[in-house]
Design a protein around this ligand. Sequence first.
Ligand code: HEM
Length: 223
Amino acid sequence: MTVTAPQETTVPSTDLSALMREGSRAEHTSAENSTFMTDLLDGRSSVERYTVFLRQLAVVYAALESVGDALATDPVGSAVVDAALLRSAAIEADMVFLSGDDWREIPVGPAATAYAARVTETGDDPVRFLAHHYTRYLGDLSGGQAIGRILQREYAMAPEGVTFYDFPLVPKPKLFKDGYRARLDALPLDDVAKQRVVDEVKVAFALNEALFAEIGAAPSLVE
Ligand code: HEM
């Protein structure tokens, strides 16, 4: 009798967090390699351009955090909404430091306006909100942690200008991300709902890329 070893097959995970990560791998690589990101991280951009970028993120996070508030007790939204992640106060502090009290006068362009509008729309569709929450906050807790250090190194930015990347209430990002993914995976979502999340993650990445393209291309910045 010949005993054959069981066939090794890799069953693709149906865990939501894995689907989100795998489903946006190409988009992540593309965002990482965008001209704006590579210029910023290689010291070819400027504090001025970064400040205009952060002003755009202010409206995106205002939308994320306003919808987050509204969904804090929603059975789906509550899986991800967490006060430890809130970024609006840090963005405001950084903007005051970088640009002064009238920082809101820096114009918000079409890309950030469209991004914030898309996030706001998810207020009545918590499944899609998950995608936007994940794309920004898990990014901030991942590559974002290096970005804060690089900005200080490349542009001699003071720590007071990059508090956006500090999460004092998340001392161990890796542990936090594990818990976050576990909560996503515990949600009772069917395959159709999971696919809607993955599709929206791709949209979220595209909205980030459009923002990068707009800021990277802007010829005139703060007047
Ligand atoms: C040059 C820029 C970037 C670098 C160097 C970078 C780097 C990384 C790294 C190393 C991870 C894996 C962390 C881990 O294993 O826990 C990660 C994860 C992630 N990044 Fe980025 N990233 C960049 C840009 C972005 C952008 C622009 C976004 C979206 C706006 C983003 C969203 C994410 C998300 C959502 C994850 C979590 C993936 C998961 O585990 O499910 N990243 N990033």
